[in-house]
Write a protein that binds this ligand. Structure first.
Ligand SMILES: [Zn+2]
Length: 273
């Protein structure tokens, strides 16, 4: 799986945006949503080994905490979406998210390798995980993660798993990381992020075989961005486009916590599946 994830805080506008382009090897994939919790909303991920829905791949809670993840290596361990779900259900601040990860990684469960970007209106972190290691980076401006680690030294181990395919995946991941950083560094509004999610340069952020890079095996099956306005008129807007976002429109839903059945019905009715 290849995914581009990141976050940016627009301080003057008092807006936080967290995004994820979800890239799969299959073209037709329908995401499943979670409506089990009134204080959190999440899109379910897929266990890359069992292909079954598991945990959250992107979600937000009533404390304005958003978490997204991206795959590094699908081992036989537990899917990291379960860890992301626990963070979204329990954490009120990024420090608590780090504590949960430390507790899990050094404790009871081994997880597949991943990156997570976790954001609140005043702090952004990236957490890098293997089944036994954890590293983190903090920022109050922007954060990006794709499908390689920046702090943990795992590249050789990943390439060992599949020398040709994984080298290509890492090269593509590095390209998407660099393109995203370039955009986020100077982004002045949410339109710049929407543009990034739809962009096609040498190696596209929007993926469906239109880049000159030798990787036509992935398709962006969903594009997401969650916008949190933490100013005078606070609101959470969940934006989703199904299929490559350069070809489809973003649909938006206002999320008001606690979520009501009316709110859930509206999402169920218009969510693109
Ligand atoms: Zn496209």
């Amino acid at each position: 799986m290849g995914c581009t994830t990141g976050a940016k805080i627009f301080k003057d506008e008092q807006i936080l945006v967290v995004f994820k382009n979800k890239d799969f090897r299959v073209k037709n994939h329908s995401d499943q949503l979670s409506f089990e919790h009134s204080h959190a909303f999440g899109v379910r991920g897929v266990n890359l080994r069992s292909k079954k829905a598991a945990g959250f791949s992107i979600g937000v809670n009533r404390h304005n905490l958003v978490a997204v993840n991206s795959n590094i290596l699908a081992t036989s361990d537990s899917p990291y979406d379960l860890l992301t779900e626990r963070i979204i259900l329990e954490a009120k601040a990024v420090e608590e998210a780090i504590d949960i990860c430390k507790e899990e990684v050094h404790g009871r469960t081994d997880y597949q390798w991943c990156n997570m970007v976790i954001a609140t209106p005043d702090q952004l972190i990236a957490i890098e995980l293997t089944s036994s290691e954890l590293a983190s980076e903090q920022s109050d401006d922007y954060m990006v993660r794709t499908n390689h680690h920046l702090i943990l030294e795992t590249t050789e181990a990943i390439i060992k798993a599949d020398p040709v395919k994984d080298r290509l995946n890492i090269d593509h991941s590095v390209y998407r990381f660099n393109e995203s950083v370039k955009t986020l560094k100077d982004a002045s509004n949410v339109e710049d992020i929407r543009f990034l999610l739809r962009s096609h340069n040498k190696a596209a952020i929007c993926r469906h075989g239109l880049s000159s890079f030798q990787d036509h095996s992935y398709t962006t099956v969903y594009s997401y961005f969650i916008l949190i306005n933490f100013g005078k008129n606070p609101k959470i807007v969940f934006n989703v486009a199904r299929g490559p976002p350069c070809q489809s429109s973003f649909i938006k839903f206002n999320l008001e916590f606690p979520l009501t059945s009316q709110n859930n019905e509206q999402v169920k009715r218009y969510y693109p599946v």
